[in-house]
Design a protein around this ligand. Structure first.
Ligand SMILES: [Zn+2]
Ligand SMILES: [Zn+2]
Length: 283
């Protein structure tokens, strides 16, 4: 069983357990996030956004490509990844292809912090820096929307049309922040890229939740501890905050209990742990 979270505009489906596996599918964006586990129902998606190349985030990529091949999808999977990872990924998949006696190919697109890519007519993605000991990125999805400038708002439609035809600069461009994905990172990512906290949906790791992992050790591994996430609580404006990549130190039910006890109630009401409702982790 996978976990499925429904927000007003996006569905987040997947499995994530710190150090073990992380793989998500957001069908409305035709996007997978990390490939540490295969989501059979998402293997025909067009795009994969790889945060970094630790095996709990990339280890299931050959299996994903194998399953994708059986769906009849012709286009290669587009893999957006840190530039260093994109280069090495092609080498690694060439080796896997030889083992498999059938090519395993992707369209690897290297990104650096600040790079933007149009993923469909009305949606862009921008990479941002995360803080982990290997090349790593987060991804911010946004829409660019044209807005008539204040001084032109009272004009009749035909005059606006004429101005437009004449090439006059009558629009401002606004960014609507849709979804942000940040995993395997120190919490400084929130200070560095505060737009994460203003996105409609934010998907963030919160690997450690209480004193069973001292904060110093969480920081040494470059992961977020709830002690530090709580300092940012008043700044989260998201409609939905999805927390994931929990350590197996905690059982799924404990994750829910700890979040209920420690998050401010107003934020807790908007927070969705990517964890089973009860019972064990996905095995
Ligand atoms: Zn991880
Ligand atoms: Zn990692």
């Amino acid at each position: 069983m996978i976990t499925e979270i429904h927000t007003e505009r996006y569905t987040i489906r997947g499995r994530s357990l710190g150090g073990m596996y992380t793989g998500l599918h957001v069908p409305e964006l035709d996007a997978l996030f990390d490939a540490g586990t295969v989501l059979r129902s998402g293997c025909a998606a067009r795009n994969l956004f790889l945060s970094h190349a630790h095996v709990d985030h990339i280890g299931a990529l050959p299996a994903l490509l194998g399953q994708r091949g059986l769906t009849g999808v012709q286009q290669p999977l587009r893999v957006f990844a840190p530039t260093e990872v994109a280069v090495e990924l092609n080498d690694a998949l060439a080796g896997f292809g030889r083992l498999h006696r059938w090519p395993l190919e992707v369209e690897a697109i290297g990104m650096r912090p600040g790079d933007e890519h149009k993923v469909r007519a009305d949606m862009w993605v921008r990479a941002f820096q995360t803080f982990h000991p290997v090349p790593a990125l987060g991804f911010q999805f946004f829409r660019r929307v044209q807005k008539l400038r204040e001084e032109y708002k009272g004009l009749p439609g035909h005059e606006i049309g004429q101005l437009r035809k004449s090439g006059a600069d009558i629009f401002d461009v606004a960014e609507h922040l849709e979804l942000a994905y940040a995993t395997d990172t120190l919490p400084e990512v929130l200070r560095h890229t505060p737009s994460i906290m203003r996105s409609r949906v934010a998907i963030i790791e919160c690997t450690f939740l209480d004193e069973r992992k001292p904060l110093s050790k969480a920081r040494a591994g470059c992961h977020i501890h709830l002690d530090e996430l709580l300092k940012y609580a008043p700044e989260f404006e998201n409609e939905a905050l999805v927390l994931m990549h929990f350590s197996q130190l905690y059982k799924p039910a404990e994750v829910r209990e700890i979040l209920a006890a420690r998050l401010p109630p107003e934020l807790h009401a908007r927070t969705h742990p990517l964890a089973p409702e009860a019972g064990p982790w996905w095995d």
